[in-house]
Design a protein around this ligand. Structure first.
Ligand code: NDP
Length: 240
C-alpha cells in the first residue's frame, strides 16, 4: 500500500450531519484521519472540524489550509458531499433557485476538487469522491436544477479521471437513492410510499450504506476504479 491510499487525511464537506456525517464515521472506522468541513465549523462525535462554505472560494482554500494544519498532512481523500435542494416546477423556478443549487452542489464540488489537486499531486496520489444522486441520471419532476447539478458531477469526476488518472488520483461518483436523512424527512408520507414502491429493495437506504461505498472507493482496494458512478439506491436507478 502506498502512503496515498491508506490512513490519509480525509476532508468531508457537509460532514456535520446526514450522509456526510455517516461518511465521516465510515472513513474514520477505515483508519483515515477525518476532518469535517462545514459552515458552522463544528461537528459532532469528536470529529475535527473546519469552517467551510463550498460556495465561497476563499472559504474552501482556508478550510483546506486549516485541515492541513490540524493533521500535518495534505488532504488525500476529498469527499464532496455538501448539497442543497430548491425544488420547484420548471416554469416557476427562479434564477436564484437555479444559481444556489448549481453553485453549491456543482461549482462547490469543483472548487474543492481544484484545491485538492496540488496536495494530492505532492503526495503522489489521492481519492476524490463526489456525492451525486440517483436524480442526476434518472431525473425528477421539480428538480431540474438539482438534477443538472448532480449529473454535472459525473462529467467532473470523469474529466478529473482523464486529467489526473496517471498521477494515482482517482475520481468517482456515488449516487445515493432515497436515504433516510433530514433531506428526505421533508417529503410527504404519500410521496414516500410512492417512491418506496419503485425501489426494488423495498426500503429507503441508511446513510451508513452510502458511507460504506465511499470508504471502499477511498480504500487501497479501489485503486483501479476511476470515473465510475456507484449507485447506492436499492436498484431504483437501474438502467440509467
Ligand atoms: P442534509 O440536508 O442532511 O445535509 C446537507 C449537508 O450539506 C449539511 O451538512 C449542510 O451543512 C451542507 N451544506 C449545504 N450547503 C453548504 C455549503 N454552502 N457549504 C458547506 N456545506 C453545505 O443532506 P443529506 O445528508 O441528505 O445529503 C448529503 C448529500 O447527499 C447531498 O449532496 C445530497 O444532495 C446527497 N443526496 C442525498 C440523498 C438523500 O436521500 N438524503 C439522496 C441522494 C443524494 P449545514 O449543516 O451548514 O446546513
Amino acid at each position: 500500500m502506498t502512503e496515498s491510499t491508506t490512513s490519509t487525511t480525509a476532508l468531508v464537506t457537509g460532514g456535520n450531519r446526514g450522509i456526510g456525517l455517516a461518511i465521516a464515521h465510515a472513513l474514520r472506522d477505515a483508519g483515515h484521519r477525518v476532518v469535517v468541513g462545514c459552515r458552522s465549523g463544528q461537528a459532532p462525535d469528536d470529529f475535527d472540524a473546519v469552517t467551510l462554505d463550498v460556495s465561497d472560494t476563499a472559504s474552501v482554500d482556508a478550510a483546506f489550509g486549516e485541515a492541513e494544519k490540524i493533521t500535518g498532512s495534505g488532504v488525500g481523500v476529498l469527499v464532496a458531499n455538501a448539497g442543497i435542494t430548491r425544488d420547484q416546477l420548471l416554469m416557476r423556478m427562479s434564477d436564484e433557485d437555479v444559481d444556489a443549487v448549481l453553485d453549491t452542489n456543482l461549482v462547490g464540488a469543483i472548487r474543492c476538487a481544484r484545491r485538492a489537486v496540488r496536495p494530492m499531486m505532492k503526495r503522489k496520489g489521492g481519492r476524490m469522491i463526489f456525492v451525486s444522486s440517483v436524480i442526476g441520471l434518472h431525473g425528477g419532476p421539480g428538480q431540474v436544477n438539482y438534477a443538472a447539478s448532480k449529473a454535472g458531477l459525473v462529467g467532473v469526476a470523469r474529466s478529473i479521471s482523464r486529467e489526473l488518472g496517471g498521477r494515482n488520483i482517482t475520481a468517482n461518483v456515488v449516487a445515493p437513492g432515497f436515504i433516510e436523512t433530514a433531506m428526505t424527512d421533508e417529503l410527504s408520507d404519500d410521496l414516500k410510499a410512492t417512491y418506496r414502491g419503485h425501489i426494488p429493495a423495498g426500503r429507503f437506504g441508511a446513510a451508513s450504506e452510502v458511507g460504506a461505498a465511499v470508504a471502499f472507493l477511498a480504500s487501497p482496494q479501489a485503486a483501479y476504479i476511476t470515473g465510475a458512478v456507484v449507485p447506492v439506491d436499492g436498484g431504483l436507478g437501474m438502467g440509467h
